[in-house]
Write a protein that binds this ligand. Structure first.
Ligand code: HAM
Length: 411
């Protein structure tokens, strides 16, 4: 027997219906904020991701050499592909550009609950806007989208400037490692690393940044910084939007293209892998041959949202099994066609079962059975059976369609 590859999942119909239901909500939310969908290839040239992040990132990706000898990679995220696409195709589109995507991503990670090797992101990119208001719009949209899914979460907003300010005297590799440890919130390892590298005094400041909850506290720790006014304006825009958020200036973000405002959301009911959203402002377009455009975006970890929501029933239209006696096959086919034409979900027997066993199978998979024999064919009617109550009536096709439609969504 074959097993599915490690870190991947199979989705049965109930789960797929839940996923599509939530996806539809996210799409609808994006549409309401004026964002339009884009799609990029599932694989890209490896260099698209190593250009900014260096070769080390190869360890975390699904890379392969294609038959033409090109180094390729299954996309680990969608921001770089979207910016590549913007540089290739979108330069003449009026800015700012509001795009969204729903796509599977691939990372070679150690699988655990909420962490997969193939996972889906619902992401948004606001390209070519450079203002606190743009940052606030993206954060407000992120909040609205997660709220719309019905999960319980905390939105944390920060900015990279305070951390970078504290780390400004450090060699580049040391600062990069500190950012990594901060991102993973590995504080004991951070303290140890700072001691090893001869900067133990930085620990308290960094720790303080993760704990300060007001701008006043922030400025007490780092003094005046150039970006202070920007941070203040983002916060007041967020207040205007009515976004419920808390400040966290310890947010470092795992990907290294971020430049300023950063934000993350955490689901309240998940364990270790509880980050359901991450984003911020970044500059990538110039790396791919375009102008140096500031952008801001986020991606929701769709699978984590689904884990947080757990099992729930998606409203679904009732289904009908059309059961025809062999001698009226054409009439039964016409009845099924008429019902499908009215938008009803109809199944027919494909196993040449007896009417009795068709009915007992129908009771397991449908809400109604429509039984047609010679009598129904001659009078142009159907026998309409409610499979819950057992009640059975003779109706015209139109009446039967009306009955099913009146049932509404099943709970
Ligand atoms: P990211 O934080 O790497 O950001 O990923 C975004 C979200 O994807 C995470 O918050 C998490 O919920 C989910 N995620 C990441 N890895 C996995 C995994 N192995 N299994 C399940 N879920 C996962 C980005 O990817 C950026 N491109 C976001 C962005 C868009 N920044 C600007 N624009």
């Amino acid at each position: 027997m074959f097993q599915r590859p490690r870190g991947t999942r199979d989705f049965l119909p109930d789960e797929m219906e839940r996923r599509r239901w939530i996806e539809a909500r996210m799409r609808e939310c994006a549409r309401r904020w004026g964002y339009r969908e884009v799609c990029t290839p599932a694989f890209e040239e490896l260099e698209l991701f190593t250009l900014r992040s260096g070769e080390a990132i190869i360890q975390e990706m699904y890379t392969f050499r294609d038959k033409g000898g090109r180094e390729m990679v299954l996309r680990p995220e969608v921001t770089a592909p979207v910016l590549r696409m913007f540089v290739n195709e979108g330069r003449n589109i009026p800015k700012p550009i509001r795009w969204f995507y729903f796509a599977d991503c691939f990372r070679y990670e150690r699988p655990q609950k909420g962490r997969y090797r193939q996972f889906w992101q619902f992401g948004v990119e606001l390209i070519g806007a450079d203002s606190p208001r743009a940052d606030a719009e993206v954060i407000a949209l992120a909040e609205a989208m997660l709220r719309g899914c019905g999960i319980d979460f905390e939105m944390q907003v920060g900015h990279l400037a305070p951390v970078k300010h504290l780390l400004s005297g450090l060699p580049k590799e040391v600062a990069a490692r500190v950012m990594q440890l901060l991102d993973k919130r590995e504080f004991p390892a951070l303290r140890e690393y700072l001691e090893e590298t001869g900067h133990p005094d930085l620990y308290d400041g960094l720790q303080g940044l993760t704990e300060c909850r007001s701008l006043q506290e922030l400025f007490e720790i780092i003094g005046h910084i150039e970006e202070g006014e920007w941070i203040q304006r983002v916060c007041s825009e967020l207040d205007t939007y009515g976004v419920d958020y808390c400040l966290n200036f310890g947010i470092a973000r795992g990907l290294d293209y971020y430049t300023g405002t950063v934000f993350e959301a955490f689901a309240q009911n998940l364990g270790a892998e509880n980050q359901v959203l991450g984003g911020g402002t970044y500059r990538l377009a110039h790396l791919f041959g375009g102008e140096d455009l500031p952008s801001c975006g986020f991606a929701i970890g769709f699978d984590r949202v689904m884990v947080s929501l757990g099992e729930f029933r998606v409203p679904r239209k009732p289904a009908v099994a059309v059961i025809g006696m062999p001698e009226v096959e054409e009439y039964a086919a016409a009845v099924a066609k008429g019902m499908r034409g009215a938008g009803i979900s109809v199944v027919r027997d494909t196993m040449e079962r007896s009417v009795g066993s068709q009915l007992s199978h129908a009771a397991k998979i449908a809400e109604y059975a429509i039984i047609v024999g010679r009598k129904e064919c001659e009078t142009n009617t159907v026998t309409f059976k409610n499979l819950f109550s057992g009640e059975q009536r003779t109706l015209t096709l139109q009446e039967a369609i009306g009955e099913v439609a009146a049932h509404g969504d099943r709970a």
